[in-house]
Design a protein around this ligand. Structure first.
Ligand SMILES: Nc1ncnc2c1ncn2[C@@H]1O[C@H](COP(=O)(O)OP(=O)(O)OP(=O)(O)O)[C@@H](O)[C@H]1O
Length: 309
């Protein structure tokens, strides 16, 4: 892998009339990273992503993707990246399989559409028209399209929209597999919880400026990182409780009724707990975390009470 950054914003400003959406943004994502791009509504995340995909020109500054100029060489860039856009509308009358065929053809790739549809869990709906897909199924379809051609960089704009808890877990597994294969992941979200569970590093954008950039572990070191995870399950079994107790980072497990586990744990262990429950054959129906400290830190950054060092 070369040392060329996967993404580089160099002093990028974007103005829409009187509104300055990005103020001299500097941001570098190295190859092989999973980078979380966080910020509240209106912070400028979509504007930054639209500039790097050449949907918008910057007012000033330069953006490169895998060493190529985002504006002058966007066609080359497209051959090497996969994108899960924020608000993708499928072609109502085409089936899931036809969407994949189209994505494979336009990338000159040789993927097997069935294998990709299976990987995202919608092979059974391959021959149904995508107009009838649920939100979560559509999101899975778009993810399959983003994986076509083993992209070097995958850009995910608010990827968990519409996914149920199992869908979010599966998406996380796929992102990690892609990263192990060598892909860089750039993941935008306004929800801290989604990003911290998976990213190596996060950048927090506010009013078009990067107000913090840190590894998740450094962010957590600034807080008291113990959290409480509440998991609604199909049934509490001795085996599932024992499985949760044996996960690294878990300090306490309690059951409330026949279908809820309350787990005290290190914030990093959340998904390992959900996976451990799943592995015992008990279904995870929903989960919720109470992580005031990290959330407080995030809101302090995004509300402007803390500024970057
Ligand atoms: N086409 C446009 N014309 C005028 N203003 C725009 C345009 N696109 C974005 N903006 C403004 O730029 C700022 C940044 O918007 P942007 O959509 O990039 O934020 P965001 O972080 O993606 O927000 P969200 O999480 O709500 O999607 C906002 O003030 C927005 O109103």
């Amino acid at each position: 892998m070369s040392n060329t950054p996967a993404i580089q914003f160099d002093d990028v400003t974007k103005q829409f009339g009187d509104v300055t959406a990005l103020h001299g943004l500097d941001l570098t994502v190295e190859q092989g990273e999973i980078y979380g791009f966080l910020g509240p509504n209106g912070a400028g995340k979509s504007t930054a992503i639209n500039i790097l995909l050449d949907f918008l020109p910057p007012t000033a500054g330069d953006v490169t993707v895998l060493g190529h100029d985002a504006q002058a060489e966007s066609a080359t860039i497209r051959e090497h990246i996969g994108v899960l856009p924020d608000a993708f509308r499928p072609y109502e009358r085409l089936t899931g399989r036809q969407h994949l065929d189209f994505a494979i053809e336009s990338k000159n790739a040789d993927d097997d559409p069935e294998e990709l549809l299976d990987r995202v869990g919608i092979l059974g709906a391959a021959d149904r028209k995508a107009g009838g897909y649920s939100k979560g199924m559509t999101q899975r379809l778009v993810l399959a399209m983003a994986l076509v051609g083993n992209p070097e960089l995958i850009i995910l704009d608010e990827p968990s929209t519409g996914l149920d808890p199992n869908g979010a877990l599966e998406m996380r597994e796929i992102i990690l597999e892609e990263n192990r294969r060598g892909a860089t992941i750039f993941f935008s979200s306004h929800i801290l919880e989604q990003v911290e569970a998976i990213c190596d590093r996060v950048g927090i954008l506010r009013d078009g400026r990067l107000v913090a950039e840190n590894s998740i572990s450094d962010l957590q070191a600034q807080t008291n990182s113990e959290s409480v995870l509440t998991v609604a399950v199909s049934a509490v079994t001795d085996e599932s409780v024992a499985a949760v107790q044996s996960v690294d980072g878990v300090t306490n497990v309690q059951t409330t009724g026949a279908d809820e586990l309350v787990v005290k744990l290190d914030a990093n262990s959340k998904f390992s707990v959900l996976e451990a429950i799943d592995a015992t054959g008990v279904e995870v129906r929903d989960f919720d975390t109470d992580e005031e400290s990290l959330e407080d830190l995030f809101s302090a950054y995004t509300n402007g009470k803390v500024t970057a060092e």
